[in-house]
Design a protein around this ligand. Sequence first.
Ligand code: DAK
Length: 257
Amino acid sequence: MTYETILVERRGRVGLVTLNRPQALNALNHQLMSEVMDALEAFDRDDAVGAMVITGNEKAFAAGADIKEMAGKSAREMQEADHVAVFGRIRAVGKPVIAAVSGWALGGGCEIAMSCDMIVASESAKFGQPEITIGVIPGAGGTQRLPRAVGKALAMEMILNNRTLSAQEALQYGLVNRVVPVTDYLDEALKLAEEIASRAPLAVRAAKKMINASYESSLTDGLAQERHAFYRLFDTEDQKEGMKAFVEKRQPNWTGK
Ligand code: DAK
């Protein structure tokens, strides 16, 4: 499949998607979002891939949805453009997705990063939800995911008053996993993804699903779901192999079955 707004490659067992509209700071137009989702979903179906990384360039992960594309639209046209459905597809990706963020991660860019499972940031990363400055609010999860990540008080300040977070602040408030020099952020994300991709595939998927479920259910329901997922893994070859390998004091060979 050929893409016009993203670059796609496989590095070992990691699928890498690079947003590639540098002239517009990777503003997320409809084509780019559709291509990103097609690429992530193709990697999700590919047994040779165990995890994914999504990145931009040093200056911008993404400066938000494409304002020029949205500016003249009515409410009905926005709804019919189906942006919601495209952004929402990230949630259904079963394998882990890591965002490697440098420079601007604003609006929809911050929302994509927050939809990923982990964020590796460069020292120059800046996170914000500036929609209030153009007369709207976040539309792809910002009002829901940001308070869960950084707490209500800071989320209010960011969304109501366009407060941006530096990489170090994002680390301090729990929005990102780690901050590394600009020269290293992509390699660091790829390394983390490769490590995760080398682990038992079905267990990795189950763990991701259960952690995400913890945001959607009561503790009692979540614990019940976790227990069932745990039991189900005892019907997999990887559970037999993992425990046998431990007993035999050797490395396991995962088959994803
Ligand atoms: N859209 C379109 N073009 C953009 C852009 C954007 N978000 N951000 C930057 N660009 C373009 C600029 O227009 C400029 O293009 P030319 O004028 O050269 O043609 C080029 O990228 C370089 O930008 P600047 O010249 O502005 O660069 P600076 O370094 O001076 O400033 C900046 C960098 C990031 C501070 C500035 O570009 C900026 O403020 N950008 C806008 C940030 C923003 O407001 N982002 C939020 C957009 S609203 C939805 C879900 C989600 C969303 C919408 C719908 N549904 C589910 C329906 C999300 C909404 C948003 O993200």
